[in-house]
Design a protein around this ligand. Structure first.
Ligand SMILES: [Zn+2]
Length: 545
C-alpha cells in the first residue's frame, strides 16, 4: 500500500495532525468517504461519543458539575465508548489479511495467467483456458456449471447459497494474428493469436478476486454469494450477450469487472454500442479475360457496398464509427470471384443510432448486389449495448483502487519498459503505474464491450489496472509482450485486490447495493425491456474459423 495514493480510514484520521491532516482533507474532496453508509456501526458510535462530548462541554448533565467521582466515571464511560467506536470502525474495515492472501498466492496466479497467455485461444475456442480457470475455482470449493448459454467454453463458479449475489466477470479470449514473445521488440511470427487485450490477466485476476471473496464469506460468516462468470469471446463474439439473453445475470445484485490498461483508473467511462455482421456476396465465376461477360463478380458487390458506406460517412453523427475488413475477396485475378465477404462494425454511444446506421449499411449491401448482378446475405456476428455507468458502485471501486494503490517496477522491468516506450515514441510516465488516476466522471467512451449488456441487467462497475507499459494501446504487439511479463502479473494483482476489496465493502454494507440498484433503475428506466442487438441468433461459435 502506498501512502501517497491511499485514502485514510476515518479512525486513522483521528490521529492525523498538521500537513497530513490537510492532505487528508484534500483527498476527501477528491474521494469523499461516505462514512455513514460504508461504516454504519462506527458511524453510530462516533455520533454517540460526539453527543456526550457536547454534553460535557455544555455542562448539560447537572450532577457532573459537582461530583468528581461521577466526573471520573463519565470519563471512563466516554473512553470506553470512544474505544468501541474505534473498534467498530476498525472491525468493519479490516480487510487486510484477505488482501494479503492474494499477494501470498501471487506466484500461483502468475503461473495461471502466463499459461493462458501461452494458450492464446481465440473466441469460443478457449477450451484449455476455460478449463484451467474452472479447475482453479473448483479446487477452492466453487460449484462449477459449464457450457452455459449454449457456449461450450462459458461457465459459472458459485460459492454460497444465500445473501446478496456478487457477480465477478472474467474473460480469456485472444486476438487473431497478434502472437508475440514477451520481448521488448516485435517478433514477426504473428500467424497465431496473441493476448493483445490482456484477457489472460483479466480471467485470472477475476478468479483470484472471487476466491478472496469466498474466503471472506467463509471466515466472517457474512451472508452472501460470489459468482464468477467465465465469459468467452469478448473480442467480437459478444459472449456475454448470449449469457445475458439466457438470464444468467438476473439473480445478481451487482457485477464487478476490470480490464487490463496502461494506467490504474476506475472511472465510470462508457463503451460504444456496436453491431457487427459479415456480408456475403455470391456471383458467377468465369475467365476474367476470355469470357468476362459471363461472370458476375462478388468482389464488385463488396467494393460497391464499401463505396456507398464510405459516402454515407458524411451523413451520420460524427461520433459514430464504421470499420470493415474484406475477409474474402477471391482467389486469383484471372478468375471472376463468385464469392466475397466483408466484415463490418458500426458503433456509437447510443444503441438507437447504431441500429439506424446498421440498417443503412444493410441497404447499401442490397443496392450493391442489385447493381452488380450478384446476390447477398448477411450474418449478424455481434451486437452489444453501450455501458450503463453506476456512480454509486464506481465511486466505491475508485476508493478501493485508491486504497490498494499502484506499484513500482524493478530495475529489470524498468529496462523492458524503456525499450517498449521507445517503440511507442511516447515518454515513459511512471505515475500511471505507481499512482491512481483521479476520479473522472466524464471519461470518454473508447471501444465496445459485451459488459454493456450486463450493465443493463445488473448494476455494474469496473476498473483498469496498469498491466501494460504507459502509453501502450490495446490490441498491439507491445500489449501482448508486456502481458507476458511480471509487469502484467503485478498489474493483475492490483485488479484482483481492488475487485475483492470492493466486494468486501459491499458485503459489509448491503445498503450500498440498494443505493446502486436505485440509481440503476432510475438511469435505465423501470419499464426497460432488454432486446439484444444481435437478435435471436445462436452463439456464433465459428466466427473465428
Ligand atoms: Zn478486452
Amino acid at each position: 500500500m502506498r501512502l501517497e495514493s491511499r485514502v485514510y480510514r476515518p479512525t486513522e484520521f483521528l490521529f492525523l495532525h498538521g500537513r497530513k491532516k490537510q492532505k487528508y482533507l484534500q483527498k476527501q474532496k477528491m474521494f469523499p468517504l461516505r462514512t455513514k453508509i460504508e461504516y454504519p456501526l462506527g458511524y453510530f458510535l462516533m455520533k454517540v461519543v460526539k453527543k456526550i462530548v457536547g454534553c460535557i462541554n455544555q455542562n448539560c448533565i447537572p450532577w457532573m458539575q459537582y461530583s468528581d467521582f461521577k466526573n471520573i466515571l463519565m470519563k471512563k464511560i466516554f473512553l470506553s465508548l470512544f474505544s468501541l467506536a474505534v473498534f467498530g470502525l476498525q472491525a468493519q474495515t479490516d480487510h487486510t489479511s484477505f488482501l494479503n492472501a492474494i499477494d501470498a498466492n501471487a506466484a500461483q496466479y502468475g503461473t495461471i495467467a502466463q499459461t493462458i497467455w501461452g494458450y492464446a485461444e481465440m473466441g469460443y475456442q478457449e477450451t484449455k483456458s476455460s478449463a484451467l480457470l474452472q479447475e482453479t475455482l473448483a479446487a477452492e470449493g466453487f460449484v462449477i456449471e459449464k457450457g452455459i448459454a449454449g457456449i461450450p467454453t462459458a461457465f459459472s463458479a458459485t460459492y454460497g447459497t444465500d445473501g446478496p449475489v456478487i457477480a465477478i466477470l472474467g474473460e480469456y479470449d485472444a486476438l487473431p494474428g497478434l502472437s508475440q514473445k514477451n520481448l521488448p521488440y516485435k517478433v514477426d511470427n504473428n500467424t497465431r493469436a496473441g493476448h493483445g487485450c490482456g484477457h489472460h490477466l483479466f480471467g485470472t485476476a477475476s478468479a483470484a478476486a472471487a476466491i478472496a471473496v469466498k474466503n471472506y464469506l467463509k471466515e466472517t460468516g457474512k451472508a452472501g454469494t460470489v459468482k464468477f462468470f467465465g465469459c468467452p469471446a469478448e473480442e467480437g463474439g459478444s459472449g456475454k450477450v448470449y449469457m445475458t439473453r439466457a438470464g444468467l445475470f438476473d439473480d445478481a445484485d451487482v457485477a464487478l469487472h476490470w480490464h487490463p490498461n496502461n494506467k490504474n483508473a476506475a472511472n465510470p467511462g462508457a463503451a460504444l454500442a456496436n453491431k457487427s455482421a459479415k456480408f456475403r456476396f455470391y456471383g458467377r465465376s468465369a475467365h476474367a479475360a476470355a469470357a468476362p461477360e459471363q461472370g458476375r463478380s462478388a468482389l464488385d458487390g463488396v467494393e460497391s457496398m464499401n463505396y456507398m458506406v464510405n459516402m454515407m460517412r458524411e451523413h451520420i453523427p460524427s461520433s459514430a464509427r464504421i470499420h470493415y475488413v474484406i475477409t474474402r475477396g477471391g482467389e486469383a485475378p484471372n478468375v471472376v470471384p463468385d464469392f466475397a465477404e466483408v466484415y463490418y462494425y458500426a458503433r456509437h454511444n447510443r444503441r438507437d443510432v447504431v441500429i439506424d446506421i446498421f440498417d443503412r449499411i444493410v441497404n447499401t449491401a442490397k443496392g450493391a448486389a442489385l447493381g452488380t448482378g450478384t446476390t447477398m446475405d448477411f450474418e449478424m456476428i455481434g451486437g452489444t449495448h453501450e455501458l450503463l455507468p453506476n456512480d454509486v458502485l464506481q465511486e466505491l471501486m475508485h476508493k478501493s483502487l485508491s486504497q490498494i494503490g499502484g506499484f513500482d517496477y524493478t530495475s529489470k522491468e524498468n529496462e523492458f519498459a524503456k525499450r517498449i516506450a521507445e517503440t511507442l515514441e511516447k515518454p515513459l510516465n511512471m505515475a500511471f503505474v505507481s499512482g491512481v488516476e483521479p476520479y473522472d466522471p466524464n471519461a470518454l467512451p473508447m471501444g465496445s464491450t459485451d459488459v454493456g449488456d450486463v450493465s443493463f441487467t445488473v448494476p455494474t462497475a469496473g476498473m483498469g489496472a496498469a498491466t501494460w507499459v504507459p502509453g501502450t494501446p490495446a490490441h498491439s504487439w507491445q500489449a501482448v509482450a508486456t502481458g507476458g511479463t511480471t509487469i502484467g502479473n503485478k498489474g493483475m494483482l492490483v485488479a484482483a485486490k481492488t475487485l475483492a476489496l470492493t466486494a468486501f465493502k459491499l458485503l459489509d454494507n448491503p445498503k450500498i447495493m440498494k443505493e446502486a440498484h436505485a440509481e440503476f433503475l432510475e438511469k435505465r428506466g423501470v419499464d426497460f425491456k432488454y432486446i439484444p442487438l444481435l437478435g435471436d441468433r445462436s452463439p456464433a461459435l465459428d466466427y473465428r474459423n
